[in-house]
Design a protein around this ligand. Structure first.
Ligand SMILES: [Zn+2]
Length: 188
């Protein structure tokens, strides 16, 4: 799949929205990302997760996603690879495997997360698995928003890397052009 095709799917799915948005940081942007929307449409999530899965074919025994963002993605990537999938979740602030989920020592794990910004949750899951003697073969994401800064000490594959241009409200070219602020999702 080309980057253009990936981008088209993410736009159709409502993951990448164009307009004039106020971000939670208070800054303005001409784009807004809502990665959860990808999993609203199975056809789109299957296509993107298959693309990521292909890059790790034959190298993975189990796919692990941190809750909440990685849960559905882990399932979809695991389905494409026909391997087991589990999720990690926080208990008393610490990332852990509950519900009888486990990974055997020596197994090869792929960690997936929908959006990687700082990659904090992924790093915690990696540390947790490595403590168990699991080999983390890589990290997969739908969107890399780290600006190239994400470093997990293992292979990192994202379907797309996005650098959002953000502006202080008083320096926003969209405000200057008189465009009203959109509510995310209003144009999709
Ligand atoms: Zn603005």
């Amino acid at each position: 799949m080309t980057q253009e095709q990936t981008q088209q799917i993410l736009e159709k799915a409502g993951v990448m929205q164009s307009g004039h948005f106020k971000l939670t940081s208070g800054k303005h942007s001409d784009r807004y990302m809502q990665c959860a929307r990808l999993f609203e449409t199975p056809e789109y999530s299957e296509a993107i997760c298959k693309e990521i899965a292909e890059r790790f074919k034959g190298e993975v025994d189990v796919v692990v996603g941190p809750a909440l963002g990685g849960v559905i993605m882990a399932y979809e990537v695991a389905r494409a690879l026909n391997v087991r999938n589990i999720f990690a979740e926080r208990q008393d602030g610490k990332m852990t495997l509950r519900r009888g989920f486990y990974v055997e020592k020596g197994a090869r794990a792929l960690i997936v997360e929908d959006v990687v910004t700082t990659g904090g949750s992924v790093k915690e899951v990696k540390a947790l698995l490595e403590e168990m003697g699991v080999s983390v073969v890589g990290v997969g994401a739908v969107v890399d928003r780290s600006g190239g800064k994400a470093d997990f000490g293992t292979r990192f594959e994202a379907a797309i890397a996005v650098d959002l241009a953000t502006y202080e409200p008083d320096a926003c070219p969209l405000c200057k052009a008189g465009l009203p602020i959109d509510k995310p999702g209003s144009r999709v």
